[in-house]
Design a binder for this molecule. Structure first.
Ligand code: 5GP
Length: 119
C-alpha cells in the first residue's frame, strides 16, 4: 500500500504523451481514456493530472474533492454518449486491493442489466 511514486508508471507516461491512449475527456483536473482491457463497452479510466498520489490514502482532501467532481463530469459525459442503464465506479488501492497501475485513478464502467461485467 505504501511506496514511492514511480514517475515512469504507465499512466504517467500517457499523461506526458509518451504513450498513446484513446482520449474521451480532458479538463484541468483529469485525463480520461478507454481501458485497454474493458470490463464492459465504454470502460473509461479517469486519471488525476494534478496529483502524484499512488492511492486514495495519499491525496489531500481538497484535491480529492476536485478529482471527484472531475470523475462526475466524466461519468456524465459517458452516460450522455452511451446511455447505459447503470454505471459502476471502482477504485483500487495496493496490490492486494487489486491495483496494477500505481497512479491514483477511477474506473467508470457502463452497465446494462442483460450484460454481465467481464472479468
Ligand atoms: P487498476 O487495477 O490499477 O485499478 O487498473 C489499471 C487499469 O489500467 C486496468 O483496467 C488495465 O486494463 C488498464 N491498463 C493497463 N495498461 C494500460 C494501457 O497501457 N493503456 C490503457 N488505456 N489502459 C491500461
Amino acid at each position: 500500500l505504501h511506496g514511492a511514486y514511480d514517475p515512469d508508471n504507465i499512466f504517467a507516461r500517457i499523461l506526458r504523451g509518451d504513450m498513446p491512449c484513446v482520449k474521451v475527456w480532458e479538463d484541468d483536473d483529469v485525463l480520461a481514456f478507454m481501458d485497454v482491457f474493458p470490463q464492459s463497452e465504454g470502460h473509461v479510466l479517469v486519471v488525476s493530472k494534478t496529483s502524484t498520489a499512488r492511492t486514495i490514502l495519499e491525496i489531500e482532501p481538497e484535491a480529492l474533492s476536485r478529482l471527484m467532481a472531475a470523475v462526475q463530469r466524466t461519468a456524465r459525459a459517458v452516460e450522455k454518449a452511451l446511455k447505459p442503464e447503470g454505471l459502476s465506479l471502482m477504485q483500487f488501492n495496493g496490490e492486494a486491493g487489486g491495483q496494477t497501475v500505481f497512479h491514483l485513478h477511477f474506473h467508470i464502467v457502463p452497465r446494462w442489466a442483460d450484460r454481465p461485467m467481464k472479468g
